[in-house]
Structure formats: structure tokens, C-alpha cells
Write a protein that binds this ligand. Structure first.
Ligand SMILES: O=c1[nH]c(=O)c2[nH]c(=O)[nH]c2[nH]1
Length: 304
């Protein structure tokens, strides 16, 4: 242990956490010939009495990030369950094993694989990646306080009508024409905070996703902001175990191409799909009586 302290007359250590980010874990269930695959990206961050590691160079309380990575694999040996359950287990493990670890943050991304369809039906052990959509789970612990945030991102959706954008502020900076029939497209990124930890996380996730998609599809849109809000309200109406949702949704513009130089009209059929710049619409949709969570919720999403 170093003999000199690196404490300072002018500085103190503020909030801190550390761990292993993006531990890639693939687990195969092979109890029967019909295998199951779980493909995860796990990040573990520990918090607690870690000051001396920073200020003294004393690593006695340092659960090495390498050990955290090993723990992820070891706990996966006998099954992972849902991402939320696995993150809860990791949190329980670290806080109960090391007395000075009082909390942390465990984040999991789950990638989708679907069975390859063959002439004999869905294949038992061959899979194809199910698009770009990612399911996410975050567990944060602070002492006995545990909370779970589920989510999804890169859920790309488009509706080719039933979307308009009119009535917006017009001034000397406005060039955008009003649109009464436009394409609406976005990559839904959403996080939602549960008020309980004893849930069927897979079932709730599937239903939240279903509700969001159904709202996007069936509700006439007056702006992406309004569509976002409707999606959130519909989820809160059907899921009392959810306190609030946060959304971050790019407005993926599709501009009508001017075909007049070619002597053609364009009856709303040929579009330029711009990739940037894009509108970025972000909002939280809250239950009226939701108790605001401490800093943890704000730090979960990185947006809004
Ligand atoms: O749904 C929209 N919301 C906006 O705020 C906006 N701004 C813009 O230029 N197009 C759109 N579309």
C-alpha cells in the first residue's frame, strides 16, 4: 500500500462508481434438442466505500472489474432468466457478498434471435438475428432501495399516412410547408420505471411493446410529440405497475421529391429519406401521483 496519501487541500472525491462495461454473454439452453439462446450485453457498476481506492491507492475494497466480469459468467452458469431478473441477481450478489458495496447499477441489453424457418418448420438450433431492436434492463440499488427500469431501443416504425403537421409557428425563419398527409417514421427509444420487482418481466415487456406499436399504428398523428405522449398514456392506463416512461424519438424526415424538372408530378409517392439532421423529440410521461425517485431514475436514461 502506498505510504503517501493523494488527498488534497482543495479537492474531495465526489460520486463515483466503477465496473466492467459490456460483458458479452451468450447462453445456450441445451436440455432438449430444441435449444434456447440468450444473447446479452451486461454492464456492472459498483458503488460504496470506495474512497481509499481513489484517494490512497489502497485497493483492499476494489472488487476488480475483471472479477465483476467473471461473476457475470459464473452466475449465468445455471440460467439467467429475464434481463431484469439477472440484473437483480447481480445486484443482490455484489451487495450481499462485499460489506462495503452498498449499491450499484447493472444494465443489460438483450439481442433478439429467432429460429430459422425451414421446410420442416422452425429450426431447433439455428437462429437469425431478429432485426436491430434491443431490449434493455437497468437495476439500481442504493442500500435497500432497489428499482428496475425496462426499455427498448431501435424499434423502427413508419406510417405512410394518418400523420399531419400543421398549425406550427410561422415567422421569417419558417420555410417548412404544412403537411396534411406525410410519412411519420422514428426509432422508438423508451425506458419505463417499475414500482415493483416481483413482476413477470417478459410478459409486461411484450405487452408494453404491443401497446406502443398499436398506438403508433392506429392513432392519427398531429405531431410526433403527440404520438409519443399517446403511447406513454396508453401504457400507463394498462400497467399500474409502471410509474413513468421516458422516450427519445428521432423524427426521421421523408421529404417529397420535386419531380417537376422531369415534367412529372409527385402525388405523395416518391420521397427522399434524409438521415440528418433529424428532429429529436424527448419527453417523460408520468402517472399524476407518481412519487419521484431520487437521482437514480434521472441517471438511468441519459436523456430528458
Ligand atoms: O412532428 C413534428 N414535430 C415537430 O416539432 C416538427 N418540426 C418539424 O420541422 N417537423 C416536425 N414534426
Amino acid at each position: 500500500m502506498p505510504t503517501t496519501s493523494t488527498t488534497s487541500d482543495i479537492a474531495i472525491l465526489g460520486e463515483n462508481q466503477y465496473g466492467k462495461a459490456e460483458v458479452r454473454l451468450v447462453r445456450i439452453e441445451r436440455e432438449t434438442p430444441r435449444h434456447e439462446i440468450t444473447d446479452l450485453n451486461v454492464s456492472s457498476q459498483l458503488r460504496g466505500d470506495l474512497d481509499a481506492i481513489h484517494t490512497e491507492g489502497d485497493n483492499a475494497h476494489c472488487v476488480a472489474t475483471d472479477s465483476q466480469k467473471n461473476t457475470v459468467y459464473s452466475l449465468a452458469r445455471d440460467g439467467v432468466g429475464t434481463p431484469e431478473e439477472f440484473a437483480l441477481r447481480l445486484g443482490e450478489h455484489f451487495t450481499s457478498t462485499y460489506g462495503w458495496i452498498t449499491g450499484g447499477r447493472w444494465e443489460i441489453e438483450k439481442y433478439t434471435w429467432v429460429r430459422i424457418p425451414t421446410s420442416d418448420g422452425e429450426h431447433d438450433h439455428s437462429f437469425v438475428r431478429g432485426g436491430t431492436e434491443v431490449r434493455t434492463a437497468v437495476v439500481q440499488r442504493d442500500g435497500d432501495e432497489v428499482f428496475v427500469v425496462a426499455g427498448l431501443q431501435d424499434l423502427t416504425v413508419l406510417k405512410s399516412t394518418a400523420s399531419e403537421f400543421v398549425g406550427f409557428t410561422r415567422d421569417s425563419y419558417t420555410t417548412l410547408p404544412e403537411a396534411t398527409d406525410r410519412i411519420l417514421a422514428t426509432d422508438v427509444k423508451a425506458r419505463w420505471r417499475y414500482t415493483r420487482t416481483d413482476l413477470d418481466f417478459d410478459a409486461v415487456f411484450d405487452d408494453v411493446r404491443r401497446i406502443m406499436l398499436e398506438q403508433f399504428a392506429t392513432q392519427h398523428s398531429y405531431a410526433l410529440q403527440q404520438t409519443l405522449y399517446q403511447m406513454g398514456v396508453a401504457v400507463l392506463e394498462e400497467h399500474p405497475e409502471i410509474a413513468e416512461l421516458k422516450f427519445s424519438m428521432p423524427n426521421k424526415h421523408h421529404f417529397l421529391v420535386d419531380l417537376s424538372p422531369f415534367g412529372q408530378d409527385n402525388p405523395n409517392v416518391v420521397f427522399f429519406a434524409a438521415d440528418r439532421p433529424y428532429g429529436l423529440i424527448e419527453a417523460t410521461v408520468q402517472r399524476k401521483d407518481a412519487q419521484p425517485e431520487p437521482r437514480a431514475w434521472a441517471t438511468v436514461t441519459g436523456f430528458c
